[in-house]
Design a protein around this ligand. Structure first.
Ligand code: NAG
Ligand code: NAG
Length: 354
């Protein structure tokens, strides 16, 4: 029988040799995949600052608002870069001006590139996330001066991760945009908003910008479950990824990569890079044992088919060991899956930021 090294072991072994030391900070924009708890400080139902969320986050004794059992990708990135152990939420009142020097997350669970997505859940839209970033740079300027502030921004890595909520809440599950757009037209609309965001970051001095593509949306437990109800073909069938939604995600990712190539060509003093989330997640689904996963089709929390945010709570029965699951709730990966994604990005994307 083949022996598989645990992902953690490979991660610790290789990372110190692959990452650059001159990255000043990480600034994150997007959705729940990188929101460290900003939604705790706004009025929205989309929160996860309650048990069992965060149960494996040993650094903090209470649930922080991260939509997982532990760390997010951005937490693994800042710790691998030696910046700090966790990337905090900008709206956390405990964050000091000095904390800003090594980065914060402006991301908000439920957010997307389409303002209609954020309005539905009353979360922080991208234009507001950028405003918070401007405010953040102003705070750095006040404590460290203009020259140092621009150095921090120049040497920071920007992480943009969004788009899934736009597809879920405006196209598939609540098809409000479907009447206005074809799927390809909607992708273009989202990517035009992404161009605005990248240009704003560039104008503020950002020169290392990484942009995540879409995951295999049709393999999210919630989507597979909804697909089962709609198709009504069988009851206790083994969940199957919704191929059409995965094909849409692939089409979006191809467009995004083309867009990144052209943005890179017109910003030669910068690095603008694509972060592949799709293929690493598909590898986890197709080769679960390699990652220590026993189940990749449902979340650890509750039935794992529908629960997230308020529905995943202290009354939910949870799996014993979240490390054996790809998904923590019906949408969000576990810390183990995030660790593998972070490792993949550190190995494939970060060396290109030099
Ligand atoms: C859905 O399932 C129910 C119960 O098994 C069945 O009676 C019904 O005909 C199905 N509907 C469709 C559209 O397949
Ligand atoms: C949880 O599962 C992981 C991966 O299979 C394993 O390494 C770890 O020892 C398990 N933890 C517990 C407490 O059983």
């Amino acid at each position: 029988m083949a022996m598989f090294l645990p992902a953690t072991f490979i991660f610790c072994l290789l990372i110190p040799f692959t990452v650059s030391q001159d990255i000043s900070a990480i600034f994150a924009f997007g959705d729940s995949t990188i929101d460290a708890g900003n939604n705790d400080y706004i009025t929205t139902w989309l929160r996860s600052n309650h048990v069992p969320y965060g149960r494996d986050l040993t650094e903090v004794p209470v649930p922080t608002g991260r939509f997982s059992n532990g760390k997010l990708i951005t937490d693994f990135l800042v710790s691998a870069l030696g910046l700090k152990s966790l990337l905090p939420a900008y709206l956390d009142p405990m964050i000091t001006d000095l904390d800003l020097l090594t980065g914060v997350s402006f991301a908000s669970a439920g957010s997307g590139f389409d303002d209609r997505t954020t309005t539905t859940d009353n979360v922080i839209k991208m234009s507001k996330q950028i405003q918070y970033f401007e405010e953040c740079v102003e705070r750095i300027r006040r404590v460290r001066g203009a020259v140092e502030a621009i150095r921090v921004v120049n040497d920071a890595v920007f992480v943009i991760s969004a788009g899934t909520n736009d597809m879920l809440w405006n196209f598939y599950d609540l098809p409000t945009r479907e009447v206005e757009f074809t799927v390809s037209g909607y992708h273009d609309f989202l990517l035009n908003n992404l161009i605005d965001l990248v240009q704003k970051i560039y104008k503020m001095g950002g020169r290392k910008i990484t942009i995540a593509g879409l995951p295999p949306v049709g393999c999210l437990p919630l989507q597979m479950f909804a697909g089962d109800i709609v198709s009504n073909t069988s009851k206790l069938r083994r969940p199957i990824c919704i191929n059409g939604q995965n094909e849409d995600a692939k089409a979006y990712n191809i467009k995004l990569q083309g867009l990144i190539t052209s943005m890179q060509a017109s910003h030669s003093d910068s690095k603008i890079l694509y972060v592949d989330i799709f293929n690493p997640l598909m590898d986890m689904i197709q080769n679960p044992k390699k990652y220590g996963f026993e189940d990749t089709t449902r979340g650890c929390c509750g039935t794992g088919l529908v629960e997230m945010a308020a529905m995943c709570n202290s009354l939910s029965v949870t799996c014993r060991n979240a490390s054996n699951f790809l998904f923590w709730d019906a949408i969000h990966p576990t810390q183990s899956a995030y660790q593998a994604l972070a490792f993949h990005a550190l190995e494939t994307v970060f060396p290109l930021l030099e």
